[in-house]
Design a protein around this ligand. Structure first.
Ligand SMILES: Cc1ncc(COP(=O)(O)O)c(C=O)c1O
Length: 377
């Protein structure tokens, strides 16, 4: 076998010395889950499985794989029915399914902004948003996290002839805080910019029946595009971009991550439909809100906490070594809490990231917050 390039080896070594070498370890299932994105417990829900099985039966799904891309042989009635339901639920003209949230963001952001256009995005946006923007030929500027004055300043600099897109997440994945969506919407209106919102961590958490933060704030119709992912609170896989019929047609024609990939199998689409059905009962959403309220109450004394009303709660502990140590101590006490290290976040603001669930009971939350209060006092 040929020798592995030395410069790549040195990059791996650098990761090791900086305590941020990544490995694919198996999760310890004996721990109490404070790290998965399964906020509503859907991924393990027997109710969800039953709903999915019923849909598989209804559509008489026999085939395992989808056999091709949506534009060739991968499309089927269940896809179009699912997209109709998603569009209606999220009050959009059209919805388009992608294989993952990563694919949805890359497809949308690489194809929509054109050469000469401008994209402004919050500096904490997810890698899939950044990768999509990088693949486009537009000029991109990041604004400081949730800094409206900075966004306003950047918008004011744009010339009238340029098409401007503003991109943000509604809930930030590594901080758990929310974008100032109302204010951003107003700025977009003033400057005739197109707003794109990634609702990955807001679906199932905010809004009527978990419709997301845009719904809660009444700004759904002000968005050019919204992205809903299904691998988090929905306990499934895949994602949808929702927007106008023109946006749908455009993405079907130009989004390369939709066109040049094998479609999800019909059974995965059935799971997405089942998740939306289960969401409408709202009992898990209520239980999640209770977990969040209790956790927030019990962590008031901790000063290095990033304010959050979402399922994601972070405590800054400076330095990779220190944050790893903190997560190991909590693991030893039976809590699955992960360290978020640099370079995933900026150096100096490494953190413990805690994900709350509808399934975390009072004892579990009290137990964890007791440890956190002791460790972070
Ligand atoms: C904000 C945000 N958008 C998109 C994604 C990607 O979604 P998926 O896991 O479905 O690829 C993630 C996943 O972590 C995310 O946090």
């Amino acid at each position: 076998m040929s020798e592995f390039p030395k410069k790549l080896l040195s990059l791996l070594d650098k990761r090791k010395t900086e305590h941020n070498f990544r490995t694919l370890s198996l999760p310890n299932t004996n721990l109490i889950d404070f790290s998965s994105n399964d906020y509503l417990g859907f991924a393990k829900s027997a109710e969800l499985k039953e709903l999915k099985d019923a849909i598989v039966k209804e559509y008489d799904i026999q085939q395992q794989g989808s056999t091709g891309s949506r534009l060739i042989t991968g499309n089927s009635l269940i896809y179009t029915d699912c997209e109709k339901q998603v569009a209606a639920f999220h009050q959009a003209e059209k919805a388009l399914l992608f294989n993952s949230g990563y694919d949805a963001n890359v497809g949308l952001l690489s194809s929509v902004p054109q050469r000469g256009d401008v994209v402004m995005y919050d500096e904490l946006c997810h890698a899939s948003i950044i990768d999509g923007i990088r693949l486009s030929f537009a000029n991109a500027y990041k604004f400081r996290h949730n800094d409206l004055a900075h966004l306003k300043e950047l918008l004011a600099k744009q010339k009238n002839r340029e098409t401007v897109y503003v991109v943000t997440e509604s809930v930030f994945s590594m901080d758990g805080d929310c974008a100032l969506l109302k204010e951003i919407t107003d700025l977009c209106k003033q400057h005739k910019a197109y707003l794109i919102v990634d609702e990955a961590h807001a679906i199932g958490v905010y809004g009527e029946q978990g419709r997301g933060l845009c719904n809660e704030l009444g700004i759904e119709q002000d968005c050019f595009a919204r992205v809903y992912t299904y691998g988090k609170a929905m306990g499934a896989h895949g994602a949808c971009v929702v927007g106008s019929k023109d946006l749908y047609d455009y993405l079907v024609n130009f989004a390369r991550s939709l066109i040049y990939t094998t479609a999800l199998p019909a059974s995965s689409v059935a799971l997405v439909m089942a998740s939306y059905k289960l969401l409408q009962s709202t009992k898990q959403i209520k239980a999640l809100k209770e977990s969040i309220n209790l956790f927030n109450e019990l962590t008031i004394p901790i000063k290095d906490k990033i304010n959050s009303t979402s399922a994601i709660h972070c405590f800054v502990i400076k330095g990779n070594e220190n944050v790893i140590k903190a997560s190991q101590e909590l693991t030893a006490k039976g809590f699955d809490v992960r360290a978020i290290k640099s370079p995933t976040v900026k150096e100096g603001i490494e953190r413990l990231r805690i994900c709350l669930h509808s399934t975390n009971n009072k004892n579990e939350i009290t137990g964890l917050t007791k440890e956190l209060n002791g460790y972070l006092k």
